[in-house]
Design a binder for this molecule. Structure first.
Ligand SMILES: [Zn+2]
Length: 278
């Protein structure tokens, strides 16, 4: 009988042998990339699935983006939440400091983090730290994470990596910044439900999405990560045909457009610009 671990090893080896290239660039793949990454799940308990072939450079070079996305997906709980005081939360903070140096300084900068009294779970007012995700480093990491997710889900639903001349347009929302009106506008074009499921083990409260796809050149989704982070994305192998990137004047947030092969370099150039060479 072949054990589960061994079966996984075989299927990963097969994936690396059969995938023509990294899902993020033109290089041949030599690692397995989980998207969304394990770091985003509580105690790294992640249902299997959504595993992809990636090259080592993209996989390692964008780890900081995974860590920052995991941090921000939970940041609304930052106060008086035991999550941040033990095991998982402490590990995540260390991971962010290691893989995305400078991010916590940028976000929790004394002058930027403000305390505001808000209604807590029990209906009483509790002090919450309002963090700002508008610094250049955080934006670069979350833009790259969103593009990664778009390229991974495109591979999953279209059946091949996003073309090198293709691209992903993303908009992300933090701190419940996704209004009901915008959510409904997005969801009206996204009829299909997606998540991760392994037998009866699901993690819908940590990762779920609604999507639409023509199964050949375009994929769109609204993705929810934990309670605090939503991403709207459109990935296409022929972006000019769909007039991407779209201008969205009704949406008061910046949008981002990245192509395959640009992810690692995008992070490096933004980090260099703020003096955080890695
Ligand atoms: Zn790559």
């Amino acid at each position: 009988m072949v054990g589960q671990a061994k079966r996984k090893k075989i299927s990963h080896r097969l994936m690396l042998e059969t995938e023509e290239r990294c899902i993020y660039c033109a290089a041949p793949p030599d690692t397995i990339e989980h998207m969304p990454p394990l770091v985003l799940f509580l105690k790294r308990q992640r249902p299997k699935g959504l595993e992809f072939a990636a090259c080592k450079e993209c996989n390692n070079g964008t780890k900081g983006a995974d860590a920052v996305a995991a941090l921000f997906s939970r940041v609304s709980h930052a106060d008086r939440d035991p999550y941040w005081e033990n095991g998982d939360g402490v590990t995540l903070r260390h991971t962010v400091d290691r893989d995305a140096p400078g991010v916590r300084d940028e976000v929790f900068d004394e002058g930027k983090a403000a305390t505001r009294w808000m209604k807590g779970d029990a209906g009483v007012l509790v002090p919450k730290t309002v963090v700002h995700a508008d610094g250049p480093l955080v934006k670069a990491y979350l833009d790259v994470f969103s593009a990664k997710l778009g390229m991974a889900l495109y591979r999953e639903h279209v059946g091949k990596p996003l073309a090198l001349e293709g691209g992903v347009q993303t908009i992300w929302y933090m701190n419940s910044g996704l209004s009901e009106k915008i959510a409904l506008a997005h969801l009206s074009i996204l009829p299909i439900d997606g998540s991760l499921k392994q037998g009866s083990f699901t993690a819908r409260d940590q990762f779920a999405y609604r999507y639409n796809c023509d199964e050949k050149s375009i994929f769109a989704a609204l993705v929810g990560l934990n309670s605090n982070f939503h991403i709207f994305l459109i990935a296409s192998s022929t972006p000019e045909k769909f007039m991407l990137p779209l201008s969205m004047p009704e949406i008061a947030t910046t949008t981002n457009f990245l192509r395959p092969s640009q992810l690692v370099e995008h992070l490096a150039s933004k980090a260099a610009a703020v003096g955080r060479l890695r």
